[in-house]
Ligand binder design. Structure first.
Ligand code: SF4
Length: 353
């Protein structure tokens, strides 16, 4: 198992809340916890051996290192590319990914040691490229303040991409960090319709709450970006959907918008198509045409059509478009995992939302 080298101190000692049958496949776990305030979620606490994951040299992503304090994500986005990472834990890529979250409880401490090495070059580190660092578990474990502090101490630039409004809790710490190092913040916001958003991203804060978080980040002195991805064919790709969303993003004070159409990797397809069949069966023929067989990317003709529709809107609302190359890179990355930066020992490939 690829992940087995990541954890130490394996223990099968029974602790309150522990159900060994559910965690046998998670090597090196300390304990498994259920908490009343996190109904439906199971947290597998582990001690990680490493915190920094190197992005493969051939990757086109604009950063060299990532950190993932959690594996699995209670935000539970149906389209999430990171689902495949749970296969390495011998957990399933559907409900288990949403509800069984591995928590690297010592991530900040390990990170501090790694950053103190003379060999550390101070390259940019990205958080949120695979699973969301501000998912619900962060409310319990508070791993991010230690991570932010360690990076700032080591004069290491950082970027955070999230759907979590819990980011607001850490804005003061991020302001402090920004006095020492460049800090980039981005919020993933792609679905304006509240009903659709709750259906396809059932564990996430609302779009309104995320827009308010963008505004809070701007008020704290940041220039937040918005990732408007994935754009969902037939659901969120019309001008009628995109224009008011872009207006709201502009009004929230975002600096720029990056967009990308839905990518559907093989391991995500069954989960996504089951949702589609349940919620929007009328769209099944269209999606089967756009994503036939093992195809993960929407065809070029669709992407060109989307670009022709969305780019003028981005310009209309004065949102700096980050450019074709970067947008395509990110879209391609998102296609490879919702964290799309390829295989890193111990952690899944990074992807973007
Ligand atoms: S897309 Fe992002 S926020 Fe949604 S489940 Fe995946 S990692 Fe979590």
């Amino acid at each position: 198992m690829r992940w087995s080298g990541q954890s130490v101190g394996a223990s099968s000692a029974a602790l309150p809340g522990l159900e060994l049958s559910e965690v046998a496949a998670v090597p090196g776990h300390l304990r498994t916890v259920r908490a009343p305030e996190f109904a439906g979620l199971v947290f597998h606490e582990v001690l990680a051996k490493s915190a920094l994951n190197r992005v493969p040299g051939e990757s086109s992503m604009p950063f060299s290192w990532t950190i993932n304090p959690y594996r699995g994500c209670s935000h539970a986005c149906v389209y999430c590319f990171a689902r495949g990472s749970h296969r390495y834990l011998e957990l399933d890529t559907g409900r288990d990914f949403d509800s069984q979250v591995v928590v690297k409880v010592n991530v900040a401490e390990v990170l501090g040691r790694e950053l103190a090495r003379p060999s550390w070059g101070g390259e940019r580190v990205a958080l949120g490229t695979n699973t969301d660092p501000y998912q619900r578990a962060e409310g319990r474990y508070r791993l991010m303040p230690g991570v932010i502090a360690a990076l700032a101490r080591a004069r290491t630039p950082l970027s955070i991409l999230t759907k979590g409004t819990l980011l607001r809790r850490d804005l003061p710490a991020l302001v402090d960090a920004a006095e020492r190092v460049p800090v980039d913040l981005a919020m993933s916001i792609a679905v304006a319709d509240p009903q659709l958003q709750q259906s396809i991203e059932p564990g996430t804060p609302s779009t309104r709450a995320r827009l308010a978080t963008v505004a809070a980040a701007r008020d704290a002195g940041f220039a937040p970006d918005v990732f408007l991805m994935p754009v969902l064919p037939g659901l969120t790709d019309s001008a009628a959907h995109l224009a008011p969303l872009l207006r709201d993003i502009r009004d929230a004070g975002a600096r720029s918008v990056m967009y990308g159409p839905l990518h559907l990797r093989t391991h995500v397809k069954p989960w996504f198509f089951a949702w589609l069949e349940r919620e929007h069966p009328e769209l099944l023929p269209m999606y089967r045409t756009l994503y036939p067989g093992t195809a993960s990317r929407a065809p070029q003709a669709y992407r060109a059509e989307l670009a022709a529709r969305i780019r003028p809107l981005i310009r209309r609302y004065g949102l700096e478009w980050t450019g074709r190359d970067r947008a395509e890179r990110v879209a391609a990355g998102a296609g490879e995992s919702q964290s799309s930066i390829a295989a890193v020992p111990g952690d899944p490939a990074p992807t973007l939302f």
